[in-house]
Design a protein around this ligand. Structure first.
Ligand code: FMN
Length: 584
C-alpha cells in the first residue's frame, strides 16, 4: 500500500492565468440549484445601446446587396465554385451585409428590435467589426479612404476612424493581403453582462465565433477566402481597431471594447500570404484618427470576474509562444466529398443570400417535425474541416470541439445519445472517459467518413430539455446537442485557448443555423445549460473535456404575435433603390 500524498498548503502564491480562467469557468457553471451570478432582473434603465457609433467620423454609405449575390448556397462549400469578385464598394457592401447586416425588424406592441445576419445571446450583439482597407475609388471624389473603418450595421455604412494618404497609404496597402483587406473583431462585454452577469464573457466568445463564421461565409459568397491572422496579439488587434485610444477615455471602463481576432480576407490565391499585423498597427498609429465612440449606458453594473478572465485569457504579445505551441496540429486530410455524391445526402438548391438573410432562431419547436437521416448526415458533413472550405478553414488548428448529440426525431436513426467526433484523434481519449458502457457502434447507413457513434438508444427528450435549463426547444426539435471541447489540454497550452474553443463552438453553431435554414427547419443556439449535469450524463469526470455550448435543430413554431419589417426601410431612398423589402 502506498502512503497518501502529503497535503500541501500553498500560502500567498499568486494564481496563474490558467488558474484564473479555470476558476472563472467553474464559477460560471449553471447548476440546477444555483445559476451563475447575475442581477436576476432586467435593469431597463441601464440597457446598453446595441449600436456603436463614432460621433464626428465621416461616413461612407455602403450599397445594399438586396438580391445581387447570385451564389448558390451549396457553392459556399465548394472551393473554386464562385468566381472571386473584385474588391469594390458593391462587393464590400454585400460582404458586410451578409456577415453582420440587419436582416429584419421585429415588433410586438410598441417594442421594436432589429435582427442581424449574426445571431447573439439575448440579441445583445457585443461584437464590433473594423475593416482595414486600401483606397477604393478616389476618396476625394466620394470613394473609400485607405485606413481603418468601423462597420455600423444599423446604417449599413463605414465610419472612417483612421485615414492614410500618399506614401503612408501605399505602405499600408502593400501590407494588406493582395486584392483583399483585414477585419478586426472586438467585443463589448458590458452588452452581455448587463443581462447575463458573470457568464456573459462566455457568450461574448460564442458570439465572436458566430461572427468569425459569418465573415468567412460572406467571403465565400463573393469567391473570397478568409483566415485568422496567426500571431496577431490582442494588443496589436486593439491598436488596429483603435479601441484603446484616448477618445475611449470618456467612457466608463466597464464599456471597454476588447480585441478578439484579426481576419485576412482575400481572393483564394492570396490566402497563404503572411500578414504582419504589428506593422499594420504601426502604420495605423501614424494615421489621422477621427470620431469618438458613443456611450452605451448612463450607468453600469461591474462584474469583476469578467475583467479578471478577460485579462487572464488575453492573447499575449510574445508571439514566440505561438498560436498553438506544441499542440499545433494540421487538420486531418479529409476527402472532399461533394455531399450530393456521398450516400445520397441532399443539397438544398437555394441562394446563399436567401439562407443568410432569412436565418432566424427558433423560439419554440413543434415537437413533431422529423428530418430524414440523409439530411442529418448532410448537416454533420458540413461541420468537418476541409482545406479551402468555409468556415473551418479560417481556423488555423485541427478541431477541438466535438458533439454529443441527443437524437429525438431523425427518420432512420434510433432516438438516443450519439457521439460525433470532428477529428478521429480524440477517439481514444473520449472513449477512455466514457468507459466501456457504450457499445460504440456505428449507426447503419451512416456515411463512412462521418465518425458518429451510438452511445445509448433511448428517449432523451425530457433529459435534453432539463439539461438546457429546462428549455423545451432542446427536446422539441429533431435533435439537440452539447459541444464538448478538448478543454484542459488546450488551456494548458495557453489560457487564451478558452476563447478560441468558444469561437470554434460558435462557428459550428453558425453552420448549423444555416444548414437548418437551407434544409427547411430552424435552429437555436443555447447558452443556458447545466454544465456538470451534461458532464454526468456523458460520464465525464474531470475537466479534460468540458461542455461549452448547446444547440437545437428542428421544426419551428412561429410567434404569430410578432410583426416583421424590412431590414433597411429606415434608410429611405437608399433602400428603395436597392429594392429593399423584396424577398432576399
Ligand atoms: C451564444 C448564444 C446563446 C444563445 N442562447 C439561447 C438560449 O439559451 N435560449 C434561447 O431561446 N435562445 C438562445 N440564443 C438565441 C438568441 O436569443 C438569438 O440569436 C437572438 O435573439 C437573435 O435572434 P436571431 O438569431 O433570430 O437573429 C442564443 C444565441 C447565441 C448566439
Amino acid at each position: 500500500m502506498t502512503a497518501p500524498a502529503p497535503i500541501r498548503i500553498v500560502v500567498g502564491v499568486e494564481p496563474t492565468d490558467l488558474d484564473r480562467v479555470l476558476a472563472y469557468h467553474r464559477v460560471t457553471k449553471h447548476q440546477p440549484q444555483r445559476f451563475a451570478r447575475s442581477l436576476g432582473y432586467m435593469d431597463w434603465d441601464t440597457q446598453p445601446d446595441p449600436f456603436r457609433r463614432f460621433e464626428g467620423a465621416p461616413r461612407f454609405d455602403l450599397p445594399l446587396a438586396a438580391g445581387e449575390v447570385a451564389t448558390r448556397y451549396a457553392d459556399l462549400y465548394e472551393p473554386g465554385a464562385v468566381t472571386p469578385r473584385a474588391l469594390d464598394a458593391d462587393a464590400l457592401g454585400a460582404f458586410f451585409q451578409l456577415a453582420l447586416g440587419l436582416t429584419a425588424w421585429k415588433q410586438y406592441g410598441d417594442a421594436r428590435w432589429s435582427l442581424r445576419a449574426d445571431p447573439s445571446s439575448g440579441n445583445l450583439h457585443p461584437t464590433e467589426a473594423y475593416a482595414v482597407l486600401p483606397a477604393i475609388g478616389d476618396a476625394a471624389a466620394g470613394g473609400i479612404a485607405c485606413g481603418a473603418h468601423h462597420y455600423l450595421s444599423h446604417d449599413h455604412c463605414l465610419e472612417r476612424r483612421a485615414e492614410l494618404a500618399g506614401d503612408a497609404a501605399r505602405d499600408l496597402a502593400a501590407r494588406l493581403p493582395a486584392g483583399g483587406f483585414l477585419v478586426a473583431v472586438t467585443s463589448i462585454h458590458w452588452r452581455e453582462s448587463w443581462k447575463y452577469g458573470e457568464r456573459a464573457f462566455r457568450y461574448c466568445q460564442h458570439d465572436a465565433g458566430h461572427v468569425l463564421a459569418t465573415l468567412r461565409i460572406a467571403a465565400a459568397a463573393l469567391g473570397w477566402s478568409a483566415r485568422l491572422v496567426e500571431g496577431a496579439s490582442d494588443d496589436v488587434i486593439a491598436a488596429i481597431a483603435g479601441v484603446e485610444r484616448a477618445e475611449y477615455g470618456r467612457l466608463d471602463p466597464v464599456e471597454a471594447e476588447h480585441a478578439d481576432f484579426l481576419l485576412a480576407v482575400a481572393p483564394p490565391s492570396e490566402r497563404g500570404a503572411e500578414v504582419d499585423a504589428a506593422a499594420v498597427a504601426n502604420a495605423l498609429r501614424g494615421a489621422a484618427w477621427t470620431g469618438a465612440p458613443n456611450a452605451l449606458s448612463d450607468d453600469h453594473h461591474a462584474w469583476d470576474v469578467i475583467d479578471v478572465v478577460a485579462q487572464a485569457a488575453r492573447y499575449p504579445e510574445d508571439t514566440a509562444r505561438g498560436l498553438d505551441g506544441a499542440e499545433r496540429r494540421e487538420p486531418e486530410a479529409l476527402p472532399l466529398v461533394p455531399p450530393a455524391l456521398a450516400n445520397g445526402m441532399p443539397v438544398p438548391d437555394v441562394r446563399a443570400e436567401h439562407v443568410v438573410r432569412t436565418r432566424r432562431s427558433a423560439v419554440a419547436m413543434d415537437g413533431r417535425t422529423s428530418i430524414p437521416a440523409a439530411r442529418f448526415y448532410a448537416m454533420l458533413d458540413r461541420l468537418l474541416p476541409r482545406a479551402g472550405v468555409a468556415p473551418f478553414d479560417a481556423l488555423p488548428w485541427a478541431p477541438r470541439v466535438h458533439l454529443a448529440i441527443f437524437v429525438h426525431r431523425v427518420d432512420g436513426l434510433a432516438p438516443g445519445l450519439y457521439w460525433f467526433e470532428r477529428d478521429a484523434r480524440v477517439h481514444d481519449a473520449i472513449r477512455a472517459q466514457l468507459g466501456d458502457g457504450p457499445a460504440w457502434t456505428r449507426p447503419d447507413g451512416c456515411p463512412e467518413h462521418l465518425r458518429l457513434f451510438t452511445i445509448t438508444e433511448r428517449d432523451l427528450r425530457g433529459g435534453a430539455a432539463s439539461i438546457s435549463c429546462g428549455q423545451d426547444i432542446a427536446g422539441g426539435g429533431a435533435f439537440s446537442l452539447g459541444m464538448i471541447a478538448d478543454f484542459r489540454r488546450s488551456l494548458e497550452v495557453g489560457p487564451w485557448w478558452y476563447r478560441r474553443l468558444h469561437w470554434e463552438a460558435g462557428a459550428i453553431g453558425q453552420v448549423l443555423y444555416l444548414e437548418a435554414e437551407a434544409h427547411g427547419v430552424r435552429a437555436t443556439g443555447i447558452g443556458c445549460y447545466f454544465d456538470d449535469a451534461m458532464h454526468r450524463v456523458l460520464g465525464l469526470e474531470d475537466d479534460r473535456f468540458q461542455d461549452l455550448y448547446h444547440f437545437t435543430v428542428g421544426g419551428a413554431v412561429e410567434d404569430e404575435r410578432l410583426q416583421t419589417h424590412p431590414a433597411y426601410a429606415h434608410l429611405g431612398a437608399r433602400a428603395k433603390a436597392a429594392g429593399e423589402g423584396a424577398t432576399p
